[in-house]
Design a protein. Sequence first.
Length: 193
Amino acid sequence: MTSQPKQEQNRPGNARVIRRLLFVVIGMFGFGFALVPLYDIFCDITGINGKTGDQATLSERMQVDTSRLVEVEFIASLNANMPWEFKPLQHSVRVHPGEPTRVEYVAINKTGKPIIGQAVPSVAPGRAAEYFQKTECFCFTEQTLQAGEVRKMPVIFVVDPDLPDDVSQLALSYTFFIKPSGEQAITASLANN
């Protein structure tokens, strides 16, 4: 008979523990959602990760600085799951800061089905990313390549003349990722037509 009162005494304690654990689980779930925007803010503040602007902007006040040249190297890579071939048509170019420059990358869908991809850009060194402006880029939108399709994709960029003088080399890197549900979206679209 003594065990009955002990069980009743533990019920409020158990309910309190369950509420606390539930609060912790909800807090972890919320933190998971907040992590991506917090990471973006952290990268913007610290200048790491080499993120470039997502918008096509070209300052009208920009004057070409013919007194110096900056070498821009182009790098292409694919996510492990991406069944494309992807490469720059030029390894590097030398540009005057303030001068709009056009280069092209080429992508080849090596599968027998359409694939949707998204390119994610990065500029190194990271502190130079804010001085690298893309005015036209295939990375602004997702790219759909049909089975076996070969596509040239242009990038038009400007290196800001305010780039620090000690930076003479930049690397523009793109990594192509397969869009999650990209195959399913194309398959559904083709089935509806």
